[in-house]
Design a protein around this ligand. Structure first.
Ligand SMILES: NC(=O)c1ccc[n+]([C@@H]2O[C@H](COP(=O)([O-])OP(=O)(O)OC[C@H]3O[C@@H](n4cnc5c(N)ncnc54)[C@H](O)[C@@H]3O)[C@@H](O)[C@H]2O)c1
Length: 322
């Protein structure tokens, strides 16, 4: 099986106008690939790609991957023979975004993923699925290793996202088994950095923007729940290493340094030199109490581990906003 993608070939990034997708497009262009980003701009922003619009080898297609028309548009702009990989980062990703669009989230994780897999097959291209730590649900094993099957409430309100991603993984695995699809699955853990939407409702963005506005930081619950936060350039580096590898089983890519939400608030206040004031609100339903990746597989098979410390990453994110 081929591992590294052919130099200068075309990589299609669905969800390319989003937070992680835009950083990924940038990295792939730097690595010498041509990039076609396809995005319906539902939660992303074309401004995330404006700095790339004049770059040789970059094309943007506005389209919804749930609809056949998006695939037709891709076929119009790029010769399928030139496409070496199709990366699926299209999905509402933050809890407020997917709770506002429950059916769209299920559609993009099912029909959208299926359309893109068929497109990758028609191009004889590699497929990479952006999955999530949310497939582990509210985990009963800690830290989470890839062989853990998860603890997801199938009818809870978060299930529209968790189960959509689990279904996407099942689709990929079925195509690997029955159709020989050359595929990779990355389970992304909380990622942060420049270009996150200010209103995406994720804890790092909420707290950074609240702190910049001189407002109290919101903590849901008592702040003892834990998360691990991966800076976006580290995350993208892990994803590219997986893409270029022959590892066909899911791989966790995230930062294993675990912080309580209360500790995160302390770090943000310290970086901004702000007085720490906190407003406590009730915990949302099915909110995971702990979240920490076991990254042994990424370390052993990809030679990857994150480099950016939380304080440095928060500092870079704040600088990008000033
Ligand atoms: N950011 C994280 O911490 C994190 C963690 C785990 C998994 N992920 C996954 O990584 C991917 C990117 O997340 P993000 O944080 O960059 O979110 P994002 O919302 O910034 O990016 C997602 C992009 O997908 C686009 N999109 C949504 N539905 C689409 C559709 N039907 N057709 C075409 N485009 C569509 C959106 O417009 C947006 O640009 C998502 O699949 C998400 O589930 C992210």
């Amino acid at each position: 099986m081929m591992t590294s993608l052919p130099e200068g070939s075309v990589v299609v990034v669905a969800g390319g106008a989003g937070f992680i997708g835009s950083h990924l497009c940038e990295r792939l262009l730097t690595d010498g690939y041509q990039v076609v980003a396809v995005d319906d701009l539902s939660t992303g922003d074309s401004g995330n790609l404006s700095h790339l619009s004049a770059t040789d080898g970059f094309t943007f297609v506005e389209g919804d991957i749930v609809l056949p028309s998006a695939i037709e548009q891709l076929t119009d702009v790029v010769d399928p023979h030139d496409v070496s990989a199709v990366l699926n980062f299209a999905s509402p990703a933050s809890p407020p975004a997917y709770l506002q669009r429950p059916l769209d989230t299920l559609a993009v994780g099912s029909t959208g993923t299926w359309n893109l897999i068929n497109y990758a097959v028609s191009c004889s291209a590699r497929f990479l699925m952006a999955s999530t730590s949310e497939v582990y649900g509210d985990p009963l094993e800690h830290p989470q290793v890839e062989t853990y099957w998860g603890n997801v409430n199938p009818i809870g309100e978060r299930s529209v996202y968790d189960e959509a991603k689990r279904f996407s993984e099942a689709l990929v695995a079925a195509h690997q088994r029955s159709a020989g699809l050359d595929a990779r699955i990355v389970r992304i853990f909380n990622t942060y950095g420049p270009r996150m939407q200010p209103d995406d409702g994720r804890v790092v963005t909420n707290m950074v923007h609240q702190s910049l506005a001189g407002k109290p930081l919101t903590i849901y619950g008592d702040g003892s729940q834990t998360r691990s936060f991966c800076y976006v350039t580290d995350e993208v580096d892990g994803i590219v290493r997986l893409l270029q590898s022959d590892v066909v089983r899911p791989v966790n890519i995230g930062n294993p340094n675990e912080f309580t939400i209360r500790e995160l608030a302390d770090v943000i206040a310290e970086v901004l030199g702000a007085d720490l004031s906190i407003e406590y609100l009730p915990l949302p339903s099915d909110d995971p109490k702990v979240r920490q990746p076991d990254i042994s597989r990424a370390r052993d098979l990809l030679g990857w581990e994150p480099k950016v410390q939380l304080r440095d990453g928060i500092r870079q994110m704040v600088e990008s906003l000033q």
